[in-house]
Design a protein around this ligand. Structure first.
Ligand code: 17E
Ligand code: FE2
Length: 421
């Protein structure tokens, strides 16, 4: 496969990219524009941006497309979301639906949405607070079924707690033995501060024992006293597991006082942990107990980024008990995130795609196989834009997605013709 007339991020000029046996074999600067040759083997990028695929680092594929089943989340809070999901678990059990098939059908639909937006790397959570392990079983099957479209990592995620749910610890370990890639937790939801701390220690020990990555739903609350991030960072720093660890949400950081947060940053930087912010989810779920002024309820994205730490954006939900919107388009999330975080300065605009590509890949620990570089897997997208700024401003979509040198998605560019008198 050969692509001509492609722009690359961070480089000037037009490039020809060649792939052999599923890998990038040549990347060469052209003298100028190559006029289209009539050859079906050659793809003309028409001066659009060719880049590594988008990354969706935090989504719940077992929850997707369940909003309103059997009831809608009326308060818009995290806690009602958890309650509604618990209600759905009981409801589908009673209805004699084949739960594995139901979960696989919904996850498959979401995978199509993600793939159609140029996403090829996904980290999904699977609820382990279910003695039947429906989410785990279904997503393990889906991971294998769709491997030609995307790489999926599965997080063993104890939605209703490790210490505060019956057999929470054993269920989490079982999910790891079943084949989870990542160990999760939810310390801010545990009944007490002490149980939250215990849960973090337990999950880190479990990840170390089985040599797994870590991704914790951490301090997803507006409560400024929710301080499990420091516990997580310290635990993984001591064990040298920081780069393999992710703190998702950390929305309480948006409510910490500056003196505490300044002190915390020293530990965070030293620990080298990764961060994920889910801006649409957090702007929707947080701030719910405020009148006015109403807080935004996001973590400190620009400050984490400016301090040299790794942070990326994610969707979290597609129409589930927590969040009724979503369509797989991570460009929408980037757009919302940059607005909410006051990140529309030119410097941010000109590298904004980092937050949904390379930073996500770093979080997933897949950098060894990610990027448009010779000898790496020929996984890439062509965006309907010339650069980051234009992609964001136009909410550009991926026109083509190529994986191991094969086209897996093609989109016909949308055109509108405005008629004037
Ligand atoms: N579960 C959770 O604890 N928090 C969320 N934002 C979602 C599920 C979507
Ligand atoms: Fe989540």
């Amino acid at each position: 496969m050969k692509v001509i007339n492609a722009r690359l991020r961070g480089r000037t000029g037009l490039f020809t990219i060649e792939c052999v046996q599923g890998k990038f074999s040549a990347i060469s600067l052209q003298e100028g524009l190559i006029h289209t040759v009539d050859n079906e083997q050659i793809i003309d990028a028409k001066q659009s941006l060719l880049m590594a695929p988008f990354v969706e680092p935090h989504i719940h594929l077992d929850y997707v497309l369940t909003a309103g089943e059997p009831e809608w989340n009326m308060t818009g809070t995290l806690f009602e979301g958890i309650e509604r999901w618990g209600q759905r678990k009981a409801w589908v059990q009673k209805s004699q639906t084949d739960q594995i098939q139901d979960t696989k059908r919904r996850a498959r639909e979401a995978v199509q949405m993600l793939a159609s937006h140029g996403i090829q790397y996904v980290r999904t959570h699977a609820d382990t607070t279910d003695p039947n392990m429906i989410g785990m079983q279904a997503l393990l099957e889906i991971k294998d079924e769709v491997k030609d479209l995307m790489d999926i990592q599965i997080v063993a995620f104890p939605q209703e707690g490790i210490e505060s749910f019956a057999n929470g610890r054993a269920l989490l370990e079982r999910a790891v033995q079943m084949g989870a890639d990542v160990v999760g937790g939810i310390p801010h939801f545990e009944y007490t501060r002490d149980k939250g701390v215990e849960s973090v220690k337990y999950l880190v020990t479990l990840a170390e024992k089985y040599d797994k990555l870590i991704d914790v739903h951490c301090d997803e609350t507006d409560d400024p006293n929710s301080r499990f991030l420091e516990v997580l960072a310290d635990e993984v720093l001591q064990r040298g597991m920081g780069e393999r660890t992710t703190a998702s949400h950390t929305t309480a950081m948006g409510s910490y006082d500056n003196a505490y947060c300044f002190k915390l940053f020293r530990l965070l930087k030293e620990s080298k942990i990764n961060f994920i912010s889910c801006p649409t989810e957090s702007i929707h779920l947080q701030g719910r107990y405020d009148t006015y002024p109403k807080r935004r309820g996001l973590t400190r994205v620009p400050e984490i980024d400016a301090a040299g730490m790794n942070i990326c954006f994610a969707q979290d939900s597609i129409r589930d008990p927590w969040y009724p919107m979503g369509n797989g388009n991570i460009m929408r999330i980037l757009d919302a995130g940059l607005h909410i975080c006051h990140m529309l300065g030119y410097q941010d605009l000109s590298r904004c795609l980092d937050f949904i590509s390379i930073n996500g890949a770093k979080t997933l620990n897949v950098l060894d196989q990610y990027g448009v570089e010779i000898d790496k897997p020929a996984n890439f997208i062509i965006l309907d834009a010339k650069n980051d700024y234009e992609a964001l401003a136009n909410q550009s979509k991926a026109l083509l997605s190529v994986r191991h040198g094969k086209i897996i998605m093609e989109r016909t560019p949308e055109t509108a013709c405005v008629l004037s008198e």
